[in-house]
Design a protein. Structure first.
Length: 200
């Protein structure tokens, strides 16, 4: 069963969690995903002001690999079977319905300013960093994969920065070590990945 809760965080974000597949998650992650489905559990303040991960425009030092990955075929199939008006929603919901490893989409995440440490120096504005993860998967390696769907993925300049901070924020919210995460972005032709724990 897919559970759904919408957030108005400047725009409408449709948070969806596949309840049956949360058994693949580490307990702390499962608890977080379920908690965010409770009305009022996700605070409004971190999303009202402050930097957004999707708007960050600076490079990170990551060892990025282009790989052949199932998310490419899933994106292709999602685009070929449209249910919604946007490509994002078609890819996300198709993956949630038909992929055994896709757990949740549009996952709300944030990191308070006092949690940022030296990372706060990277941002142009004060306040909490926030965002919404396009697709969260737990793959065969038992890593938690943070994926962002990017049409024309090969042209992306800042996607690595965006998904790195997604992983950082989810690590903060769940107390899971960054070593437990992997990051990537993809479209229906290409996928790029890296280990966020090795970013310097």
């Amino acid at each position: 069963m897919i559970n759904h809760l919408s957030f108005k965080h400047g725009w409408f974000y449709h948070y969806r969690v596949h309840e049956d597949k949360t058994k693949l998650c580490p307990p702390k992650l499962k608890n977080y995903l379920n908690k965010m489905l409770e009305q009022g559990a996700c605070p409004e303040e971190p999303f009202a002001e402050g930097p957004r991960s999707s708007a960050l425009r600076f490079p990170i030092r990551a060892s990025i690999s282009e790989i052949d990955h199932p998310v490419i075929r899933l994106a292709e199939a999602g685009l070929a079977n449209p249910e919604f008006r946007t490509a994002h929603s078609n890819v996300q919901v198709f993956m949630l319905k038909h992929d055994t490893h896709s757990i949740a989409v549009e996952v709300p995440i944030w990191m308070e300013q006092q949690e940022m440490g030296s990372h706060a120096n990277n941002f142009d504005e004060e306040g909490a960093l926030s965002g919404h993860i396009d697709v969260l998967r737990v793959e065969e390696d038992n890593k938690v994969w943070v994926w962002d769907y990017k049409p024309n993925a090969h042209r992306e300049k800042w996607a690595a920065t965006q998904v790195f901070y997604y992983a950082k924020m989810l690590s903060k919210r769940t107390a899971l070590p960054l070593q437990n995460f992997r990051c990537g972005w993809f479209d229906d032709k290409k996928a790029y990945t890296f280990d966020p724990s090795k970013v310097r």
